[in-house]
Design a protein around this ligand. Sequence first.
Ligand SMILES: NC(=O)c1ccc[n+]([C@@H]2O[C@H](COP(=O)([O-])OP(=O)(O)OC[C@H]3O[C@@H](n4cnc5c(N)ncnc54)[C@H](OP(=O)(O)O)[C@@H]3O)[C@@H](O)[C@H]2O)c1
Length: 318
Amino acid sequence: MTEISLTPETRICVTGGDGFLGRHLVSLLETSGYRDVFVPRIEDYDLKDITDIRRMYDDSGAEVVIHLAAVVGGIGANRENPGRFFYENAIMGLQLIEEARLRGVSKFVALGTICAYPKFTKVPFREEDLWKGYPEETNAPYGLAKKMLLVQSQAYRDQYGFNSIFLLPVNLYGPGDNFNPASSHVIPALIKKCIDAADAGAESITVWGTGKATREFFFVEDAARGILLATELYNDPDPVNLGAGFEISIRDLVGLIVELTGYRGRIEWDSSKPDGQPRRMLDTARARERFGFKATTDFRAGLRKTIEYYRSTLRDRS
Ligand SMILES: NC(=O)c1ccc[n+]([C@@H]2O[C@H](COP(=O)([O-])OP(=O)(O)OC[C@H]3O[C@@H](n4cnc5c(N)ncnc54)[C@H](OP(=O)(O)O)[C@@H]3O)[C@@H](O)[C@H]2O)c1
């Protein structure tokens, strides 16, 4: 297997490059001097369709693919779309990797997710524990579809010498996140609820679950930096966690967002709604050891930027 050294001229294709994480990554690639970054938009290339995938490879001439395109969402969206989240994420990845191999693409970077981990993984989650159980039920179809790309990456490396790496980011947040209540993740959902309730003078907001579950949150600009470092420096079969390496309960998270948004009303917990996975926090040592990545954004500072983004760009339009 030949390992590619990236140069400013390397042709890099970022699927999902117009999404939340994708925009931050594409901007980082450009400021880092990469001059040939191709972003296939869904209206031009539906990546579930093999003919569109072939056309995308023809048009981009990609030497490196960073595959971010996916259908994603919070617990509600996962519960409503288990079939779609399984099929679309699996078929996009499987066909993109197969076609990349057939065309001799030099490197494929596949994005997994923390939702691939077993429901009751020992905390902090270590990559060695990925196969020690079934994922939490509400996000298992999404998590497992993504996990198949790890199997494919390792099998293709063994049989064909194809250089595909697999990264597992934890829950992301930051400016540009999805604030649509039908599909948003917990941080943008809470920010929107608190700010909208404060604007409307509402006496209370309702939050899903008991508040006892814990989560780790990873600032999107840190995630983009981790992915770029792995793209440049990492060429091994082992999956790698990408995260910030801390854990916070949903109850404490709500308290923090209430404080930072200035919402003054009551919090009502709807314990008939699911908590999702009981605890989540990654062991991030491998990313540090193998390609020198460490998250640097302070959580409060990241939350402030996200709140400011919602206030300045979306509040009046929602
Ligand atoms: N957000 C998180 O907390 C998180 C955590 C761990 C891992 N990840 C992974 O990170 C990646 C990026 O997530 P994100 O939060 O940035 O998601 P996102 O904002 O929804 O972006 C996903 C992108 O994929 C595109 N896409 C979806 N289906 C497509 C198709 N059939 N053909 C072409 N493009 C398609 C979307 O286009 P449209 O917008 O036009 O539909 C969108 O631009 C995903 O692989 C996700 O699994 C995310």
